[in-house]
Design a binder for this molecule. Structure first.
Ligand SMILES: *Cc1c(COP(=O)(O)O)cnc(C)c1O
Length: 648
């Protein structure tokens, strides 16, 4: 007999298979030994992600963990600014670029610090959407030429905070989202004698595209419509605040997949800008908001998890269209502000999860169930399994499905015993497996049989919570690229969906990036006794802060990595943040660690008095309970935990 050996597979094939080059924007790839690597500065200096995981393990931090590549973050800030500089130079544009980072996309101190430092030479500023964010922006902001843009609904304190910034000489611009804010701004400015800088957010007619299409149009929750803008202009004139109007702003939603939408919005907003300038307002800034996309699936299409343009094209289109319209109208070119958040931070961080178990329907394959009296439905399925060549794959699949349904009905009516039901189920899966294998051989998969591979897919159980670490996948079906961090020179053979450890059937990943469409499974390696790590990439935007406490899992461990040539693996970990401990999360929902321990002690003492528990054992049980308070919330995979054994 010939022994079957799997055909050879290379790291380069994995790189293509998981799409590293397509979604990695020059930062993520696979080395020849089959490890996922990151090039933070896209300059050939690489870091093996698994080396970082191992270093974190050495520091006592296990997966799930977030890894931040600080140099990559810096690189993205510089890229954005350089691309605008280049477009301005090449288009002969007369204004400057004055980008701002919207803090809401990632408020973490290390992230904001790095962005401020990286943006120093570009006068790159900050955008805030709430009082807490403005408190951060005011204190962290430096340099008189960097902007602070204030969006979102504003109360008196919010406005007063912005005016405080003005008093310190900062360029803080209050963007009016609704008319009532303008009255407050005027009143508080008069009271404090501070001259505000004011912007108007225009409700554009240009419809967005993608998941956030509702951010524009008549039903948008933000912005002033045309009549309101005219009314506001009149008001500014009346109170002699004409000199304060400096900016027109729009934001057509996040992750805009289609460049046409962006061009149209820029054109419409430029018209607003020119009209206001011609009415005699000083103006000076045109703010094109956020929306610059990230190509999560690497398909370079206008699919909602992708984008059909590059950063360079975006910058050029913004600059070009503003120039054209302003030139045509004879209005001086404004400084261009953009509020790109996602595109600046998404790439710099990733989540590492460990697969620790597998749930398989096919586990029962191979086990023959031999009922004492075989029911006809089972014999029918047996015939189907043998007669495989007679009918087409699709037809056999439909026949098998029907027989399986029939078997379940018979069982419910009491005509089928457990043995026969087990035999029917196992035959059904064997037929499916057979049909699926034939498809793989010919390399052609009819549309309708796609479901079959999904049906047969295993579930890989991963130690993390979708609700904490990947909220947009759950809430918005946003896709993230996912790939193993190692074994990439082995052929992946197992189709799998990923399930998390929350007690929620929604806590799973069952849609994956694909060049054509969305895939219902990802093909991974068979599990062995060693740890198996997956990377979930491009998670730096929004995910860190949107996560919730479902099942009280809380924050994951986190390491911040810097390139360093003198280090053996080319990097060092500057900062490690420890994930939530059980005591932390339960205090967040109003339980006191001490009180819970005291209550347990009372119960253990009572059990001891009743002689249910021996005194020594009682002490140990209480110690165990107390010690867990300070342990991490996620599963402690290889060191099994549990109450100490009697006499242990
Ligand atoms: C959220 C938001 C942004 C950031 O959008 P991205 O698509 O992440 O760049 C910018 N401006 C405003 C007003 C926002 O609400």
């Amino acid at each position: 007999m010939k022994t079957k050996t799997a055909p050879a597979w290379s790291a380069a094939q994995s790189e293509d298979f998981y799409g590293f080059k397509r979604w990695g924007s020059g930062h993520y790839s696979v080395d020849s030994d089959g490890f996922a690597v990151v090039q933070p500065q896209a300059d050939g200096r690489t870091i093996r992600v698994l080396d970082v995981v191992n270093e974190a393990l050495g520091m006592g931090l296990r997966a799930p963990m977030v890894i931040r590549f600080q140099d990559l973050l810096r690189y993205r800030v510089i890229q954005l600014n350089e691309m605008f500089r280049k477009a301005i130079r090449e288009e002969g544009y007369k204004g400057d670029y004055r980008g701002v980072f919207p803090i809401k996309v990632n408020q973490l101190r290390e992230v904001v610090d790095e962005i401020i430092a990286a943006g120093k030479d570009y006068n790159y500023g900050l955008e805030a959407g709430s009082k807490p964010e403005l408190m951060i922006a005011l204190a962290m902001h430096e340099g008189p030429n960097r902007l602070i843009i204030c969006n979102g609904y504003k109360d008196h304190d919010y406005i007063s905070l912005a005016l405080l910034g003005r008093k310190l000489g900062k360029k803080v611009i209050l963007v009016v989202e609704q008319l009532s804010e303008l009255d407050d701004i005027i009143r508080l400015s008069l009271e404090t004698g501070v001259k505000p800088m004011i912007g108007f957010r225009a409700k554009l007619q240009t419809q967005g595209e993608g998941k956030w299409a509702m951010s524009t149009g008549d039903n948008a929750k933000f912005g002033l419509n045309t009549a309101e803008i005219l009314f506001a202009c009149e008001k500014l004139r009346r109170v002699k605040f004409k000199q304060c109007l400096r900016l027109v702003h729009f934001h057509i939603g996040s992750q805009v997949p289609n460049i046409i939408t962006i061009k149209n919005a820029v054109i419409e907003a430029s018209r607003f800008y020119c009209q206001l300038a011609k009415m005699g307002f000083p103006m000076g800034y045109l703010d094109v908001g956020g929306g610059l996309g990230v190509d999560y699936d690497g398909s370079r299409t206008n699919f909602e998890s992708s984008m059909n343009y590059s950063l360079e094209e975006y910058a050029r289109d913004v600059v070009f269209n503003i120039r054209e319209i302003c030139n045509g109208a004879g209005v001086k070119a404004p400084d261009i502000v953009s509020e790109s958040g996602r595109a600046v931070v998404a790439q710099h961080s990733m989540l590492v999860v460990e697969v620790f178990d597998r749930i398989s329907k096919r586990e029962s394959l191979g086990k023959e169930h031999e009922p004492k009296v075989t029911h006809k439905v089972v014999t029918d399925l047996e015939v189907m399994l043998r007669n495989k060549t007679k009918l087409g794959r699709l037809e056999r699949f439909h026949d098998a499905l029907q027989k399986k349904e029939e078997a379940f009905s018979l069982f419910n009516l009491g005509y089928l015993d457990l043995e026969n039901r087990a035999a029917a189920e196992s035959l059904f899966w064997r037929i499916c497996e057979q049909i699926a294998k034939e498809g793989r051989k010919t390399g052609y998969e009819p549309e309708e049989l796609h479901d079959l591979s999904t049906l047969l897919a295993d579930q890989y159980v991963c130690n993390f919570s979708v609700f904490q670490s990947l909220l947009d996948h759950w809430a918005l079906k946003q896709l993230f690229p996912i790939a193993p961090l190692h074994r990439l020179n082995e052929r992946p053979t197992v189709n799998a969906q990923l399930v998390d450890i929350t007690c929620d059937s929604d806590g799973k990943i069952a849609s994956f990036i694909d060049l054509q469409d969305v895939k219902q499974y990802v093909t991974l390696h068979p599990l062995n006794k060693r740890p198996y790590y997956l990377g979930i990439f491009l998670t730096g935007a929004y995910q860190d802060i949107m996560g919730d406490l479902h099942n009280l899992f809380g924050r994951v461990n986190e390491v911040h990595v810097f390139l360093e040539e003198d280090e053996p693996n080319g990097f060092y970990v500057e900062e490690a943040l420890s994930g939530s401990r059980i005591a932390d999360v339960i205090e967040g929902v109003q339980y006191q660690q001490e009180e819970l321990c005291r209550r347990m002690k009372v119960m253990i003492d009572a059990a001891t008095r009743r002689d249910q528990v021996k005194p020594r054992e009682g002490v140990r049980l209480l110690e165990f309970y107390e010690s867990l308070m300070l342990s991490k919330t996620y599963l402690n995979i290889d060191r099994g935990s549990g109450p100490p054994k009697r006499g242990a």
